[in-house]
Design a protein around this ligand. Structure first.
Ligand code: NAD
Length: 438
């Protein structure tokens, strides 16, 4: 490892942002398709480009890592673009505290690859990307004035990327933040309904996860949801809409845990009419008992990284299928551990696609009970959640591989299909962006 590499990657994002500001405020690392290497927008970033190109864990010939400093806030803002073959790179904008630049870049690389796969498998004409803002120290992020400035800056940054990346909501970014982003860029989805957007994606996400559960039950000849027991970690937005969907399908029992007492109370009230068919348990952070709950389906609906060596041996359910992103603690190990225990795991990006599907085509207008959305919940459309879930589980069985690898293979095949109208147009845009910063 060279000293320069360690210097930059080990910096706290705020220190890196200060350096970046001194160097002109912009840093681009892009994939040169002809030379097959990462190139940097300025010589001081060359070591970063070499590190990225040599990384075998998270770098998959990503087309670009774009970084800028907020002129007013001084925050480090990035857009990581995995592929744009199927269209503009789309994915949400995360605001999160990162200890070092390396952690931030790795998160962007992993999440943008995940978005490529999720979008492609959902049949969307989008590539995959992710926005990441390094949350600054202190509690400024709680101040509405600061947030508005920050997200307006992010919108302006997105505009400067000329449509290569289209942003949306993600962890740490709220609907009102997206409204601020939309003030300074048109390259945003998930914008508020008041400006023509699709609004809250959670009901659609929840219904999609329930369709994936139905697909897994059908694949394993377990029948329908009627009479089944579903255990959930988390009783948040998606989980509560899921409970509604499950009750409509005559679920036997739902047990959900949440670490937030007020949230538990709210959800209990909402489903009081269901009597003891819905049980909401308040759990302490770190309480993993829900993983050991005897049930037909375990749905991780809280945070990612929950399926690992500690929890997998506890699981009683024959099926794991939930809404949380990045459920596997280590995606090169834990899908195998689940398979070895005979547990059918529905990969998260297969089950929770409807969040992005719901907002992906906002610019084409909307209809009540929009057929462009509703078909994803059907049984007969070739690309419906239910059908794709069954296809992936069958492929894993046939090829004696894990469900994650089967889903990735199917998604990667779709990722290589160019946009039917625009082809790989963003590649040319990216080349232009790099040329302009040199
Ligand atoms: P949310 O914040 O409304 O719900 C998450 C809930 O989990 C919260 O109530 C929180 O208190 C609880 N929680 C956190 N840690 C917990 C723990 N250890 N044990 C029990 N409960 C815990 O979020 P959401 O919108 O419902 O999303 C849930 C998950 O689904 C997230 O991982 C999100 O990234 C993913 N997802 C959401 C959407 C969407 O449309 N909202 C789309 C795709 C993926």
């Amino acid at each position: 490892m060279s000293a320069a590499r360690a210097d930059l990657l080990d910096l706290e994002p705020e220190r890196f942002a200060a350096r970046l500001r001194d160097e002109g405020g912009r840093a681009y690392l892009t994939w040169d398709h002809d030379a097959r290497r990462v190139v940097a927008s300025a010589p001081w970033l060359d070591e970063l480009a070499s590190w990225l190109g040599a990384d075998e864990r998270d770098f998959h010939e990503h087309e670009g890592v774009f970084m800028a400093v907020g002129p007013e806030t001084g925050a480090l803002m990035t857009a990581v673009v995995h592929k744009t073959v199927r269209g503009q790179a789309a994915g949400g904008l995360r605001q999160w505290p990162y200890p070092r630049l390396e952690a931030l870049i790795r998160d962007g690389l992993r999440l943008s690859l995940g978005m490529s796969r999720k979008n492609a498998l959902a049949g969307l004409w989008w590539g995959g990307g992710k926005g990441v803002i390094a949350r600054q120290r202190g509690d400024r992020h709680a101040d509405p004035g600061y947030r508005r400035a920050l997200y307006r800056e992010y919108g302006a940054f997105t505009t400067s990327l000329r449509g290569v990346y289209v942003t949306a909501e993600d962890v740490g970014t709220r609907p009102e933040d997206l409204a601020a982003v939309f003030e300074t860029t048109r390259f945003a989805t998930c914008v508020p309904a008041s400006v023509g957007g699709s609004g809250n994606p959670s009901p659609a996400t929840a219904k999609g996860v329930v369709c994936a559960i139905e697909g897994a039950l059908a694949h394993t000849s377990r029948g329908t949801i009627a009479g089944k027991t579903i255990a959930m970690q988390g009783a948040g937005n998606v989980a509560s809409y899921m409970i509604g969907e499950l009750l409509e399908r005559e679920v036997g029992r739902v047990i959900a845990t949440d670490i937030c007492a007020a949230r538990c109370e709210q959800v209990r009230d909402r489903f009081a009419h269901a009597g003891d068919r819905v049980e909401i348990r308040h759990a302490a952070p770190g309480d993993l008992a829900i993983f050991a709950e005897p049930c037909d389906v375990l749905a991780p609906n809280a945070l990612g990284g929950v399926l690992g060596p500690e929890t997998i041996p506890m699981i009683q359910a024959p099926i794991v299928c939930g809404a949380a992103n990045n459920q596997l603690l280590d995606d090169r190990r834990d899908d195998r551990a689940l398979a070895e225990r005979g547990i059918i795991y529905v990969p998260d990006f297969v089950a929770n696609r409807m969040g992005i599907v719901n907002c992906a085509n906002e610019q084409y207008g909307n209809l009540p009970d929009d057929p462009a959305i509703e078909r994803h919940f059907s049984r007969d459309w070739d690309n419906a959640v239910f059908v794709v879930t069954k296809r992936i589980l069958a492929r894993a069985e046939r090829e004696q591989t894990t469900t994650s690898l089967a889903a990735n293979a199917l998604a990667d095949e779709a990722c290589r299909v160019p946009h039917p109208i625009w082809g790989h147009r963003s590649r040319t845009i990216i080349e232009g962006l790099l040329a302009n910063t040199r």
